[in-house]
Design a protein around this ligand. Structure first.
Ligand SMILES: *Cc1c(COP(=O)(O)O)cnc(C)c1O
Length: 381
């Protein structure tokens, strides 16, 4: 079905296609050409990250992070159940066990007050997810990780160009991961990055990313030939993707400002429904500067969420929900979890609805969405 207002639509912000043409005429479209380099340096400088390595996806960057933490059978990793599968999959594929912690009702981020009780003898890593580009309570979490000597990884897939107490998300833990998937803020189809804030991890990260070889050292002239030195994979993106992404980074402010105005229009347009307690709008803690990644509403119960979603679909508006909590998925159950274990996650994931949100969303279409939500929510009271 073709929707009048889709949930997401990829966009061109500037010279993306020109840069792709240039990459081809430059004579390099495989990994690590000048556009890949530019994207890395841009993020290192702007987000104050010691080293950024471009990857083909955030999933790949999460897998690299799990390998760098040397996870294996018997190890446990603390993370939210309310996240995309890639966060937990990175852990499980190395034989380690995900230990799921419930979320805060306000931001839907991992509840930092519940982490300590989940730490045990076998805990090796904490993975936080900055949901909707709103930072987790990192001061508390960093302190916990430091006290127990745990590796701290930030899944900042949604958190590019968002900040916690002035620090960029992805720049705070030992490692951070970004996504440039077409549904995120700054896009290149499929793409990601690994942020390395602990310099001791840089060399091994370069090797794991480049098929287990020391080719990066060779390219810098630090060794006279390159060879197989560790286990690795191919976690390098095509230069074509980086060329597209560079066109987005050149317009980072424009993209962010456009998203901010869409976000604020939803906020203003739906405020009366929150006041009438017919739905709840996102909450942003004062120490967080968000990147306007997402706009969601929380309905009072699942029946009303499902009703609104179906009614909007009949208006040719695609609004969606996510995530099916990982602890109640077949894989989650295989780790011994069951329904009822994480009440906030289960409750809120059944009541959330994400509204259409993309760069080219016109005011007219957005007004239509807001108007239809009023009609359906007030009508079902
Ligand atoms: C999108 C997303 C991912 C996966 O990103 P890809 O680049 O598609 O691999 C991982 N974690 C979270 C929280 C995400 O939102």
């Amino acid at each position: 079905m073709a929707y009048r207002v889709p949930f997401n639509r990829p966009f061109i912000a500037g010279k993306e296609l020109f840069h792709i043409a240039q990459a081809v005429t430059n004579g390099q479209i495989a990994a690590d050409g000048p556009f890949t380099e530019r994207c890395s340096r841009f993020m290192e400088e702007r987000f104050e990250i010691q080293r950024v390595l471009m990857t083909p996806s955030c999933t790949a960057a999460l897998e690299m992070a799990a390998s760098l933490a040397e996870l294996g059978p018997g190890d446990e990793v603390i993370l939210p159940s309310y996240t995309f599968v890639s966060t937990a999959n990175a852990v499980a594929r190395l034989g380690a066990k995900p230990v799921f912690v419930d979320i805060r009702p306000d931001t839907m981020n991992i509840d930092e007050t519940r982490i300590e009780a989940a730490i045990g003898e076998r805990t090796k890593m904490i993975m936080v997810v900055h949901y909707a580009g709103v930072g987790c309570e990192m001061d508390v979490i960093c302190e916990l990780a430091e006290a127990r000597n745990l590796c701290l990884v930030e899944d900042a897939a949604q958190g590019v160009n968002a900040y916690y107490k002035g620090r960029a998300l992805g720049s705070i833990g030992h490692l951070g991961t970004y996504s440039f998937h077409e549904t995120k803020n700054y896009i290149c189809g499929e793409g990601g990055a690994l942020c390395i804030n602990d310099p001791d991890l840089t060399q091994r990260a370069e090797i794991i990313r480049d098929k287990g070889t020391n080719r990066q050292r060779f390219l810098r002239g630090q060794v006279d030939k390159y060879t197989w030195v560790d286990v690795g994979s191919s976690h390098v993106p095509s230069e074509i993707s980086s060329a597209f992404l560079w066109g987005q980074f050149e317009n980072l402010e424009v993209i962010t400002a456009r998203r901010q105005s869409i976000y604020e229009r939803y906020l203003a347009g739906l405020g009366d429904l929150e006041e009438a307690e017919l739905l709840r709008l996102p909450r942003i803690p004062k120490e967080c500067r968000q990147n306007y990644h997402m706009f969601y509403v929380l309905l009072p119960d699942q029946a009303r969420r499902d009703h609104l979603m179906r009614a909007l679909a009949e208006d040719e508006i695609l609004a969606v929900f996510h995530y099916v909590p990982l602890h109640t998925s077949p894989m989650g159950e295989s780790f011994g979890y069951k329904e009822g274990d994480l009440p906030v996650t289960e409750d809120q994931s059944a009541r959330i609805l994400r509204l259409p949100f993309y760069f080219d969303l016109s005011q007219e279409d957005q007004n239509f969405v807001i108007e239809r939500i009023h009609e359906h929510v007030r009508g079902s009271r």
